[in-house]
Design a binder for this molecule. Structure first.
Ligand SMILES: Cc1ncc(COP(=O)(O)O)c(C=O)c1O
Length: 393
């Protein structure tokens, strides 16, 4: 955290002050595609990165830069860059940092889109990917020790809500000389800062908790400045640039990140406890529950357990999910997560929509799993809503 300023203050002020214009108290949305210079020497200096400024909107933009700076300060990284979506930044990172012949170690439970990059796209470019059982730390350490260029982690995972031990695995990667990237989308910088444990890079689908209002797509990565520069270089060429209007919406959403996440942490824990006791529910996956396989690790590395949980009904089938979802009043049955509104859905239409049933089975994702993204509604109403919906099945 920059200068020990607290997260709530950085959420409001981070990246803002230096971007304000003519007394405006809000960061302007700069729509201009290009930035003009009367002096060619100055133009060249900016173009070559010797002087701050902007040349062309596919490369950089002042509103986008303010958003990147806010995330950078909240994650405590040296530098940050962004992309049009979470997948835009993940693919920019992987394709920007890897080369044919490289080896990647990751886990089976990454977000479905990320998993697609690992199993379908990277192998086409002769990048070897080994996916380990997510909670088998010894197996991950052993694979990393064989030698790899990059260790890619996500914690908690989507939608199985597993937690990996960052300190332990990052230590293993250090010994092997591997770069570590952590997807921190579910935890948010309020609950967890992977850079503190020595990760080289931390990334977010900003579409989710950072923006928090399900009205803007975005992705962001921050950490080691040399690595960020490499990723930025690939992103400026692949063109998956974050739009300035989306950057503004994300910036505005982030101002309440700490308040939203505090409420979501509290509500999700209460809901997980409620569901765990409910006779119609078979299993609840939430790292805040003492019964969760990785509860001990979560307690060590997370300041809060987050707003995401998933659960399986006693009748663990897609047919039961079909009956259950429409009974909920205070939940969008939709693919997004991390918003102020509660959002719910099964992996087949949400996190793993791009995967086949066989791929989901290979990842250990039950078709009847229900992912529940807790919003900021009053917890009592969410529990009452779940109660009546569960009675109906
Ligand atoms: C953990 C995680 N990472 C990355 C992504 C991809 O983000 P986006 O949809 O913004 O491309 C998602 C999307 O659900 C996600 O849940």
């Amino acid at each position: 955290m920059d200068n020990a300023i607290h997260a709530g203050t950085l959420a409001v002020w981070g990246g803002e002050a230096q971007s304000l214009m003519q007394g405006a108290t809000q960061v302007p949305v700069v729509h201009s595609v290009s930035f003009g210079y009367k002096d060619l020497d100055e133009w060249i200096q900016v173009a070559q990165g010797e002087k701050p400024g902007h040349i062309y909107g596919r490369n950089t933009n002042p509103t986008v830069q303010a958003f990147e700076e806010k995330v950078r300060q909240m994650e405590g990284g040296e530098a940050a860059t962004s992309a049009a979506t979470g997948m835009g930044i993940i693919s920019s990172a992987l394709f920007g940092l890897l080369a044919p012949g490289d080896r990647v170690v990751s886990v089976k439970d990454t977000y479905g889109g990320t998993n697609k990059l690992f199993i379908e796209f990277l192998p086409r470019f002769k990048v070897d990917v080994t996916l380990c059982d997510t909670t088998d730390h010894e197996a991950i350490e052993a694979e990393v020790a064989k030698g790899c260029r990059l260790l890619y982690l996500e914690t908690p995972t989507n939608p199985t809500i597993k937690v990996v031990d960052l300190e332990r695995l990052i230590t293993a990667a250090r010994k092997a000389g591997a770069i570590v990237i952590v997807d921190n989308t579910f935890a948010t910088p309020i609950n967890q800062n992977p850079l503190q444990y020595g990760a080289d890079l931390v990334l977010h689908s900003a579409t989710k908790f950072l923006g928090g209002h399900a009205d803007a797509l975005g992705g962001v990565i921050c950490g080691d400045k040399h690595l960020v520069k490499q990723i930025y270089h690939f992103r400026e060429i692949n063109g998956a640039t974050l739009h300035p209007m989306a950057a503004y919406l994300l910036l505005r959403g982030m101002k309440t990140l700490h308040l939203r996440v505090a409420q979501q942490n509290k509500s999700a824990l209460e809901i997980a406890r409620f569901l765990a006791e409910h006779p119609a529910v078979d299993r609840v996956h939430y790292p805040g529950l003492e019964s969760h396989e990785n509860h001990g690790i979560a307690r060590q590395q997370m300041r809060g357990f987050g707003g995401m949980l998933s659960f399986e009904l006693k009748q663990n089938s897609l047919a039961a999910v079909k009956k259950f979802l429409p009974r909920l009043t205070f939940a969008h049955a939709a693919a997004n997560l991390g918003s102020v509104e509660t959002t719910v859905g099964p992996p087949v239409t949400t996190s793993h929509v791009e995967c086949t049933a066989q791929e989901r089975a290979a990842m250990g994702i039950p078709e009847g799993l229900i992912r529940y993204s807790t919003g900021i509604e009053d917890t009592r109403d969410l529990i009452a809503d779940l109660t009546q919906a569960l009675e109906g099945i």
